[in-house]
Design a protein around this ligand. Structure first.
Ligand SMILES: [Zn+2]
Length: 212
């Protein structure tokens, strides 16, 4: 399959156009890093970099190699720039999870790129990965809600914790207090903060995004 695709779409680097890899080693090592902003939210790369094109392509064409190379790049940069944080996550058994897509988008695309990237990333960082968050499918359009508190309730109910029995992963549930929530792009932070807010107050939660 990949050989046939290669004939029509030769693999080239998103940074420099060189053939062979989606992210060549030179471009990987020169990707500008944003690093930590806000207290526990890490956004790695500026959206204005070539990462933008890579993410757009990933949304419309599922490319296994691209997911893997992205996860490798993220893992390398986390270990390089935040070695203490990665150690801390490993020693305290942090579980990586991702923001689910709306089911209509998921069906249309057939996959959730945040979930795929973070599953690969979890393997590389030797962390567990579990699908912990569900997205409610029927929220009223905000415009129909005149009352501000109804608007807030509508937004805050977008996400919920997945019931323990339907969770994947080795633990199949249990009390989860150490989490890293992955989302591909950080825009206003509303999505990530809304997902963080569904977990118990004593949880220690980091947000991790690829681009901001
Ligand atoms: Zn390159």
């Amino acid at each position: 399959m990949s050989l046939i695709l290669d004939l029509f779409y030769p693999v080239t680097c998103y940074g420099c156009g060189q053939k062979g890899e989606y992210l060549c080693s030179r471009c990987r090592s020169t990707l500008p890093l944003i690093g930590l902003h806000h207290q526990r939210i890490i956004s790695l790369y500026p959206y204005s970099s070539f990462i933008k094109y890579l993410l757009v392509d990933l949304k419309y064409h599922f490319v296994t190699d691209l997911v893997f190379q992205l996860a490798q790049t993220i893992s390398q940069d986390l270990i390089k720039y935040f070695p203490n944080l990665v150690d801390y996550w490993q020693q305290n058994h942090f579980v990586l999870t991702s923001i689910p897509l709306h089911f209509l988008k998921q069906n249309w695309r057939g996959f959730n790129q945040s979930s795929l990237i973070s599953q690969e990333l979890a393997k590389l960082l030797k962390l567990d990965y579990q699908e912990l968050i569900i997205r409610h499918q029927f929220t009223s359009p905000q415009a129909n809600l005149k009352d501000p508190s109804a608007r807030r309730a509508n937004m805050s109910s977008v996400f919920a914790i997945k019931p323990p029995l339907s969770r994947g992963g080795p633990e199949g549930g249990g009390v989860l207090t150490n989490l890293i929530i992955f989302d591909d792009v950080y825009t206003t932070g509303a999505t990530l903060n809304s997902a963080i807010s569904i977990f118990p107050k004593n949880s220690e939660i980091y947000g991790l995004t690829l681009a901001a």
